[in-house]
Ligand binder design. Structure first.
Ligand SMILES: Cc1ncc(COP(=O)(O)O)c(C=O)c1O
Length: 408
């Protein structure tokens, strides 16, 4: 990968913050957008903007055709069997909420839903709320000290009667733990449950194939893979899809509407009420093309090597706690500096031009497991450089020195 050429496509990476070069290491929160993504949206707005699935005129037909092409490229990107299995959403949060509402009529009181203790709130609350509404039991699978879903606890919980859903994150946004999705899918299916995946952090760590993974549904956000915010999709496999009920009602999702009663379209239209984020979806399509052309395998190798460099460097520093030691770590790493609040440390790093995340990362149950109120998180992307990781490590060292003086 020619890193200078790659970086040249992301103008924001060459800006200065407080008079210092920006070192952007908060890619688990959101990634930056390359030129081809901007240009695709600009072309769309200046050349073919019109509403989709509604008009018989040239612009509307062109916009509709582009949107449906992107549905096909999203299906190919995820290894889905058919583009009908791809429902466009505003992101992972909407996808998971949609799914939880759509399976609700299939559950009965007393059924069980399992999530893990490393879930983002977006893959925790929709299931907790569903259990409250439907009278189901909500179970949180504990983690091993290494920060992985505990296999014995999983075995025990899956043996309980009435487990219908196991929903897990593909990659923890805090620890970087990569969940063993296909093993979990096999275990869930053997217990008669569906395996749903929160794929928000899961798409830059090598090619995923839904058929090989064997999951029943997979939600992701565009903005964590170089696409604009407010985009994403929910994949639902062809076996489950016809059993789901629509969750939002309005234009574009109907079969026939009358005063006496109405019927609804099947997937995908039946799950996409209202005008979609067309320009955003065009950007998502361009991001899929961009990542595919760059090579997903190479992206994964490069990000793994940057993360390993950060981990090795942090572990070599005194007074630094790195959380978890999962077998496969990707995308993000959490740590704390002894005696320093993560917000203070992140504020000091920010003054050096270094952007990292601090706080509970929308994963309070995981913070409880770790016994902390928050952490610092570093999350490189392929466009970061080794020099930036070293600048980050030097910044952490500096924070230690400065706060060490302060603490006396
Ligand atoms: C693991 C995980 N799940 C879900 C989400 C929610 O994604 P979004 O806010 O794009 O819907 C995030 C975002 O940080 C995440 O990291």
């Amino acid at each position: 990968m020619d890193i200078s050429a790659v970086r040249a496509q992301f103008p924001i990476l060459s800006r200065q913050i407080y008079g210092r070069p920006l070192v952007y290491l908060d890619n688990a929160a959101t990634t930056q957008l390359p030129h081809p993504v901007w240009r695709a949206m600009e072309r769309y707005y200046t050349q073919t903007h019109a509403n989709v699935h509604r008009g018989a005129h040239y612009l509307s037909e062109t916009a509709t055709a582009r949107l449906e092409e992107i549905r096909q490229s999203a299906a190919a990107f995820l290894g889905a069997e058919s583009s009908d299995e791809i429902l466009f959403t505003s992101g992972a949060t909407e996808g998971i909420n949609l799914l939880a509402r759509a399976v609700e009529p299939l559950l009965t009181p007393g059924d069980r839903i399992l999530v893990t203790a490393m879930e983002h709130h977006s893959n925790f609350l929709p299931w907790q709320e569903l259990c409250r509404r439907a009278g189901c039991h909500f179970h949180v699978l504990p983690l091993t000290p290494a920060g992985e879903p505990n296999p014995e606890a999983l075995h025990r919980l899956l043996a309980l009667p009435g487990v219908r859903v196991l929903s897990v994150t593909a990659v923890s946004n805090v620890l970087g733990t990569q969940a063993p999705i296909s093993d979990l899918a096999r275990a869930a299916h053997a217990a008669g449950a569906w395996l749903f995946v929160d794929g928000a952090q899961g798409l830059r760590h090598g090619r995923l194939d839904m058929k090989e993974l064997g999951c029943d549904a997979f939600a992701f956000s565009g903005h964590k893979m170089m696409a604009p915010t407010g985009t994403g999709a929910l994949y639902v496999n062809a076996a489950l899809l016809p059993r789901l009920s629509p969750t939002a009602f309005g234009g574009g999702m109907v079969d026939r509407v009358s005063r006496e009663g109405s019927t609804y379209a099947g997937a995908p239209a039946g799950f996409e009420a209202g005008t979609p984020n067309i320009a955003g979806i065009v950007g998502l399509g361009a991001a899929i093309d961009y990542l595919t052309a760059l090579d997903l395998g190479e992206i994964a190798r490069r990000e793994a090597s940057l993360l390993a460099r950060a981990e090795t460097g942090l572990r070599a520093l005194e007074g630094v706690t790195v959380y978890g030691e999962p077998k496969r770590r990707a995308g993000a790493l959490s740590f704390n500096l002894e005696g320093v609040h993560p917000y203070d440390a992140a504020g000091l790093l920010d003054r050096l031009g270094i952007a990292v995340r601090s706080g509970h990362h929308c994963a309070q149950p995981l913070m409880e497991h770790l016994g902390v109120t928050g952490t610092l998180r570093v999350s490189p992307a392929f466009y970061n450089t080794e020099a930036e990781i070293d600048a980050f490590l030097a910044g952490v060292q500096k924070v230690r020195e400065v706060t060490g003086l302060y603490h006396g």
